[in-house]
Design a protein around this ligand. Structure first.
Ligand code: GLC
Ligand code: GLC
Length: 807
C-alpha cells in the first residue's frame, strides 16, 4: 500500500494522508540552522548542535508520537483545524504534504477554507520561514482567526528534559511589535536568543504555555484557540512559548498571507544589550533586520527559488536516464539528498536519534563523505581535516567528536580498530574526485594538540601502521573495542546492566577481525596508490607487501570452507563459522573481503557470495548474520543483546548490503548485484509502505530480518551510512562511473534489461556526457576516438566530453 507518490519533475514526495505508518519527515536547512519536519508539522529546530542549541522543544516517547513542532490553528466560526492536521487533529477535506529539497509544503482545506503552508530555511540565514496562505473558497464572508505557535526549548536539550527544578525558574521572554523573543539564560552567559515573529499586526499573543493551553487541555484544543482570545501573557519561568493570534474577515475568494519566522540571533558580547545589562532589554537590531528581509511575498518566494537553484546545481553533478524511473529518482534525487543530510547531521538528530548524545562519528563521517564528496568537495575537504585532527599519534582515534568544539569525545572512547582505515578511504575518494593532492600537505594536529601538526599524509601513514602495529596471533588485525559492527564486542564481557558495551573493555585479548583485514587489503592498496603518486616508491612497496601478507592471512585463517569467517574471539575461537551454533555466517566479511578482491582468483569469492545469498538473503534484503543469536553471549557482547532479527543480531542492516552488491559486481554477477540494490531500495518498495513503515524516499538503518516476527519492517530512517554506500554502489559500481586518481573510470555492471543509458557527470569541473549502449563490440570511445583503457582521462575544466561505452 502507498500513502503518496513521487513527483520527480518537482523533486518531491507527495504524501496524501496524515495517517502514514510513522511520521514521515524532511530536513530543512543546509548550513547552520536546521529543522526536522514531519508530514503533520512536527519536529524541532536547532542551530548547529542539536543538543546544545535547541530552539524548539520535542517530547520524545510522546503520545501521540509526533505532537509539537509547528503549531498552526485556523478558527472558522466555532470550528478550528490545523493545516498540518496535527495538533488539532480535525479531519481535513483535502490534505497534501509535499516534501521537497529543503522545503515542505502543506496544502489542505476544510469547510471552504483552503490553506497552503510552506516551510523552509533560507540558504544563508539562521531562521525557518513558515508562509501561510489562507483563502476563502466559499460564496460567503468568513470571520477567521489564525494562531501560530512554537514551544521553546531552554537551549540545552538534555538539561531541558531533566533539570526541572532550575528550568521552571529561568524562562524569560520579551515581546515587541509582533515578535516574541526567547531570551532564557541571556542575562548570564548566553549571547544568543531566538524569536518568533509574524509579518502582520497581531491581535494578541501568549508566551506562557499554561495560559495558552488552559488547565487540563492540550495542544489539540488550546483554550486560547477555542475562546478566540489571547491572554497577552508574559512567561516567568515554566515553559515559554511564542504564539500570535490574528483575526480576519475574508470575503468570497479573498486570501490572507502570513509570514511567520522562527529565528536565531547570536551577538557580540559587547553588543548584547540595548542599553544596560541591568535593564535586561536585548539588542533586537539583527532580529529586526532578518524579519524585515523576509516580510514580503516577493522576498520569500525569491529565497525559495534560490533554494531550488542551489539543489539544481548540487544534483546536476550526476544525472542518469536509465529507462527505469525508480532507479533514476533514487540516483538523481533522493539518494543524493539523503547523502547531504547524513553529511550534515551525522547520527545526531532524527526521529530516532535524539540529538542529545552522539557527536560526529569518526567512521560514520568518513563513510558519509564517500556519498557526498562529489556535491561540495570543499566541505568534504574541511571535514577530512577535522576528522584527522582527532587522531592520535599512534594512528588510533577518538571514536567521535563534538561538532561545536571539534574535540574528541572521551565518553565514546577510542580503540575501535577499524576507525583509522576509513580516513584513507575518504581521503582517497576526495583526491579521486578532485585531483587535489594539496590536501595531503595540510598540517593537521594529533588529538587537537597545538604543536603536534603533521601533514595529512602522515596521518594516513599512521592509520596504515596502526593496523600493522596491532596484529593478533593469526596475523589478522586486533579488533579492539569493536570494528564496523559496534555490537561485536569481543573484549567486553559485561555482566552489569547499563554498562556501555562499546566503552567497557573488561579484558584485554587477542580477538581478531577478518573484516578489518579485508579493509586493510582494500584501503591499504589505496594508500599505496597515493604513495606512488607522491613518488614514494619504497613506501608504496612496503604497503603492497603488507597488503599481500594480509591477503594471505585471510586466505589461511579467515576462510571457513564456504565463506569468510567474521573474527576470532578472546579465546581464539571462530566467530561466524560453521562451527558455531548461531551466528554461523556474517555478511560483513563476505562483502568487504570480496570488495578487496580476496579470493577472486581462486573461486572463493564466488563461493562466499553464494553462501551469503543462500543463508542471509530473503525477500527484504540480506541479513547481517544467520542464524540469529538466541541467547546472550558474554564473549560476543551487544550483538547478542538484541532479539533475533533486530539490529546487529540478524536484521537487514542496510549499510552493509551495498558492500555485498559491490562484491557481486566485482565477481561479475550483475543480476544479483542489482537485486541486492533493489531489495532495500526505498522507491522499489514503496508499494509495501504499510509493512516497511518508514519513509519510501529514504533509507533506514535496519529492516527486521528473516527471523524477526515483524520481518520487512524498517526502523531508524535517514541517518544511516546506507545513504552514502548505496550511492557509491549504484553510481560507481552498478552504473560504473567511478572517479580514480587518473580520471573517470567507466565500467557498468547491469542486468541485461538495461539497454541504452545516458549519464551526465560533472567531474573536476568538466561535463562528461556518457552513453552506454549494449553491443557485441565492447569498448570506450572518448570524443569519437576509441581508447585503450576504461578510464577517461581528465579533461580541462569547463570542457564537454562525449563518452560512448559499448558494453
Ligand atoms: C551504527 C553506527 C555505526 C556502526 C553501525 C553498525 O550505524 O553509527 O558506526 O558501524 O551501527 O554497528
Ligand atoms: C548501539 C547500536 C549500534 C550503534 C551503537 C552506537 O550499539 O546497536 O547500531 O552503532 O549503539 O553507539
Amino acid at each position: 500500500m502507498r500513502y503518496g507518490f513521487f513527483d520527480d519533475a518537482k523533486r518531491e514526495y507527495v504524501i496524501e494522508t496524515p495517517e502514514t505508518p510513522l511520521p514521515w519527515i524532511n530536513y530543512l536547512g543546509s548550513n547552520k540552522f536546521f529543522g526536522l519536519i514531519s508530514n503533520t508539522g512536527g519536529g524541532y529546530c536547532f542551530y548547529r548542535d542539536a543538543k546544545l542549541r535547541r530552539l524548539t522543544r520535542y517530547r520524545y516517547n510522546n503520545v501521540p508520537r509526533d505532537t509539537g513542532g509547528r503549531l498552526y490553528y485556523i478558527k472558522d466560526g466555532a470550528d478550528f483545524w490545523s493545516p498540518t492536521f496535527l495538533p488539532a487533529k480535525k479531519t481535513l477535506d483535502s490534505y497534501r504534504c509535499r516534501h521537497g529539497m529543503g522545503y515542505t509544503v502543506f496544502e489542505s482545506s476544510r469547510n471552504n477554507l483552503m490553506s497552503e503552508l510552506t516551510c523552509f530555511v533560507p540558504r544563508e540565514e539562521n531562521c525557518e520561514i513558515n508562509r501561510l496562505v489562507i483563502k476563502n473558497t466559499s460564496g460567503e464572508s468568513k470571520d477567521i482567526s489564525v494562531v501560530g505557535a512554537v514551544e521553546f526549548c531552554l537551549w540545552n536539550a538534555v538539561d531541558d528534559g531533566t533539570n526541572f527544578q532550575r528550568n521552571y525558574n529561568i524562562g524569560e521572554v520579551e515581546v515587541e511589535d509582533n515578535t516574541i523573543y526567547h531570551k532564557t539564560e541571556y542575562r548570564e552567559r548566553r549571547n544568543h536568543y531566538a524569536f518568533f515573529s509574524v509579518n502582520k499586526e497581531a491581535d494578541g499573543f501568549d508566551t506562557d504555555l499554561d495560559m495558552f493551553i488552559g488547565k487540563f487541555n492540550d495542544y489539540e484544543a488550546p483554550l486560547t484557540v477555542m475562546n478566540g482570545k489571547s491572554n497577552n501573557s508574559i512567561a516567568h519561568g515554566w515553559s515559554p512559548i511564542g504564539s500570535h493570534r490574528l483575526e480576519y474577515t475574508l470575503t468570497p475568494g479573498e486570501e490572507v498571507e502570513l509570514i511567520f519566522i522562527l529565528g536565531y540571533i547570536e551577538l557580540d558580547k559587547a553588543k548584547k544589550w540595548d542599553g544596560n545589562a541591568a535593564d535586561g532589554i536585548i539588542n533586537k537590531k539583527p532580529a529586526n533586520e532578518l524579519i524585515n528581509k523576509y516580510n514580503s511575498t516577493e522576498s520569500v518566494l525569491n529565497e525559495l527559488n534560490a533554494l531550488s537553484t542551489y539543489w539544481d546545481n548540487l544534483l546536476g553533478k550526476y544525472i542518469v536516464e536509465s529507462g527505469d524511473e525508480k532507479l533514476d529518482r533514487m540516483v538523481n534525487i533522493w539518494n543524493q539528498y539523503q547523502c547531504m543530510t547524513t553529511f550534515n547531521m551525522s547520527r545526531s538528530a532524527s526521529y530516532y536519534e535524539s540529538g542529545q548524545g552522539r557527536g560526529m562519528g569518526f567512521r560514520d563521517s568518513c563513510q558519509d563523505l564517500l556519498g557526498f564528496v562529489h556535491m561540495v568537495p570543499e566541505r568534504a575537504r574541511e571535514r577530512i581535516l577535522d576528522i584527522a585532527a582527532i587522531q592520535f599519534e599512534n594512528g588510533g582515534a577518538w571514536h567521535q567528536y563534538q561538532p561545536l568544539t571539534k574535540r574528541g569525545n572521551a565518553d565514546a572512547g577510542m580503540g575501535f580498530n577499524d576507525d583509522p582505515l576509513w580516513l584513507i578511504a575518504c581521503t582517497h575518494a576526495y583526491i579521486s574526485e578532485t585531483g587535489d593532492y594539496s590536501i595531503l600537505d595540510e598540517m593537521v594536529p594529533f588529538e587537537n594538540e597545538a604543536g603536534t601538526e603533521k601533514p595529512l599524509f602522515e596521518h594516513l601513514r599512521a592509520s596504515f601502521n596502526y593496523t600493522l602495529n596491532n596484529l593478533g596471533p593469526h596475523g589478522l588485525p586486533l579488533i579492539g573495542r569493536a570494528d564496523w559492527n559496534d555490537c561485536l564486542n569481543l573484549n567486553c564481557f559485561s555482566e552489569e546492566p547499563g554498562e556501555s558495551f562499546q566503552t567497557c573493555a573488561n579484558i584485554e585479548s587477542n580477538a581478531e577481525s577478518v573484516f578489518i583485514a579485508g579493509m586493510f587489503v582494500l584501503y591499504g592498496r589505496q594508500y599505496a596508490e597515493l604513495c606512488l603518486k607522491l613518488g614514494s616508491k619504497d613506501e608504496a612497496n612496503r604497503a603492497y607487501e603488507a597488503v599481500e601478507k594480509m591477503n594471505e592471512a585471510v586466505l589461511a585463517h579467515g576462510w571457513d570452507g564456504e565463506w569468510f569467517i567474521r573474527a576470532y574471539d578472546s579465546n581464539g575461537d571462530k566467530v561466524g563459522s560453521k562451527e558455531n551454533n548461531d551466528g554461523k555466517i556474517f555478511i560483513e566479511p563476505q562483502g568487504m573481503c570480496v570488495m578487496a578482491e580476496i579470493g577472486v582468483d581462486d573461486g572463493r569469492a564466488v563461493t562466499a557470495l553464494k553462501a551469503a545469498k543462500e543463508k542471509l538473503t530473503f525477500e527484504y534484503g540480506t541479513c547481517l548474520l544467520a542464524p540469529a543469536y538466541k541467547e546472550y553471549h558474554l564473549n560476543l557482547g551487544e550483538i547478542t543483546s538484541y532479539p533475533p532479527g533486530y539490529k546487529e543480531n540478524g536484521s537487514v542492516f542496510c549499510h552493509n548490503n551495498p558492500w555485498l552488491s559491490i562484491a557481486e559486481t566485482i565477481a561479475g554477477n550483475p543480476d544479483e548485484a542489482f537485486e541486492i540494490y533493489r531489495r532495500i531500495c526505498p522507491a522499489y518498495i514503496e508499494d509495501i509502505s504499510e509493512k516497511h513503515r518508514t519513509e519510501p524516499y529514504v533509507y533506514s538503518q535496519t529492516i527486521a530480518g528473516q527471523e524477526a516476527p515483524t520481518a520487512g519492517e524498517a526502523k531508524n530512517s535517514w541517518l544511516t551510512g546506507t545513504a552514502a554506500w548505496t550511492f557509491v554502489n549504484v553510481s560507481q559500481y552498478l552504473l560504473g562511473i567511478r572517479p580514480n586518481l587518473d580520471g573517470l573510470g567507466i565500467n557498468p555492471c547491469l542486468p541485461e534489461r538495461f539497454k541504452k543509458i545516458t549519464i551526465k557527470r560533472i567531474f573536476r569541473e568538466a561535463l562528461y556526457n556518457i552513453i552506454f549502449e549494449r553491443s557485441n563490440e565492447k569498448g570506450l570511445w572518448v570524443d569519437g576516438k576509441k581508447i585503450d583503457s576504461d578510464t577517461v582521462p581528465v579533461a580541462p575544466a569547463k570542457s564537454i566530453v562525449d563518452v560512448l561505452c559499448k558494453y
